[in-house]
Design a protein around this ligand. Structure first.
Ligand code: CAA
Length: 289
């Protein structure tokens, strides 16, 4: 298995695949990012051992199945390559062109895109029928769902592989069409954007909006905490793609989101977004102020 990108999603995908028994080659752009991603996996494995959920020898075996690399050439023998790089179509297309030229022709390719067209990515490879979308949810180690996305070109064999992979990973799978946002983000993204607009319009404070949805609708996280958790840069990219595709105001980026992203405050991953994560507990910021 190859996993390209070892960030928020990539490290989790690499970990669960290694835990399911596959040898995983994980590729990053530079050593710093690679070390950070592998460090996260090692920490998760350590915690699992501490909690008594994993024997030390099993954790060691999982770690040993993961081979970090900076070199696409190490993906050459993979049977399946999953990409989890930045949510930018041009970057993904450039990556697939490079990977397609290196990886054996019978291998399958999958994109973990949240919103970009699977078909457009399949088209730049010489194996569009062996290309599909596999959309994991954050944190990939915990969230039970896998959306299996079939583009126009995806052959039955590739779609079947997606469902079989989900089963082996212990995920619940759903079939989603190659529309922008698939099933979950189509519904979840406008909800998070609406929560941001509600805050802009003075409907409630950041904490009260979050508490409202947690205590009033039994959501595990409030929408603004969730936006920080997903990454505000990612949320903004998805919003742009969906606004472009559907032409509806509810998918457009609210000003507060645009401002936070422009300031480099991407949420939890940068330590600041709707909340400040530098202290022991997250503290709401004043993003519109
Ligand atoms: N990586 C690995 N494991 C994690 C983790 C992480 N980042 N975060 C939490 N966990 C594990 C914990 O170790 C813990 O495991 P055990 O039960 O074995 O002890 C378990 O998950 C529960 O964690 P906590 O007790 O710390 O906290 P919690 O009960 O509040 O759960 C949560 C944390 C699972 C993240 C929960 O808050 C939740 O489900 N939040 C909503 C997440 C969500 O909606 N994700 C989808 C985002 S949308 C998306 O991803 C799609 C997209 O394209 C944008």
């Amino acid at each position: 298995m190859g996993v390209v990108g070892c960030g928020l999603m990539g490290h989790g995908i690499a970990q669960i695949c290694a835990q399911a028994g596959w040898d995983v080659v994980t590729r990053e752009l530079d050593q710093e990012r690679l070390d950070a991603g592998i460090g996260k996996i090692e920490k998760q494995l350590e915690r699992a051992v501490e909690k008594g959920k994993l024997e030390q020898s099993d954790a060691d075996a999982v770690r040993a199945r993961i081979s970090p690399t900076l070199d696409y050439a190490d993906l050459a023998d993979c049977d399946l390559v999953i990409e989890a790089i930045t949510e930018d179509l041009e970057a993904k297309l450039a990556m697939w062109r490079e990977v397609d030229a290196i990886v054996k022709p019978e291998a399958f390719f999958a994109t973990n895109t949240s919103s970009l067209p699977v078909a457009a990515q399949a088209d730049v490879t010489g194996r569009p029928e062996r290309f599909l979308g596999l959309h994991f949810f954050n944190p990939a180690q915990v969230m039970p769902l896998l959306e299996v996305v079939r583009a126009q070109q995806t052959a039955d064999e590739a779609a079947d592989l997606g469902f079989a992979l989900g089963e082996k990973l212990g995920k619940t799978t759903v079939a989603a069409g190659d529309n922008r946002g698939f099933i979950v983000n189509r519904l979840l993204v406008p909800y998070m954007l609406d929560a941001i607009r509600a805050h802009e319009q003075g409907v409630g404070s950041i904490e009260d909006i979050d508490t409202g949805m947690k205590a009033g609708a039994s959501h595990p996280m409030g929408p603004l905490t969730l936006a920080d958790f997903v990454g505000l840069d990612t949320l903004a990219s998805i919003a742009d793609v969906m606004a472009d595709a559907y032409g509806e105001e509810r998918f457009a980026q609210p000003d507060t989101l645009r401002g936070l992203v422009e300031a480099g405050d991407y949420g939890r991953k940068t330590g600041r977004g709707f909340y400040d994560y530098s202290g022991e507990k997250p503290v709401a910021t004043d993003p519109a102020g």
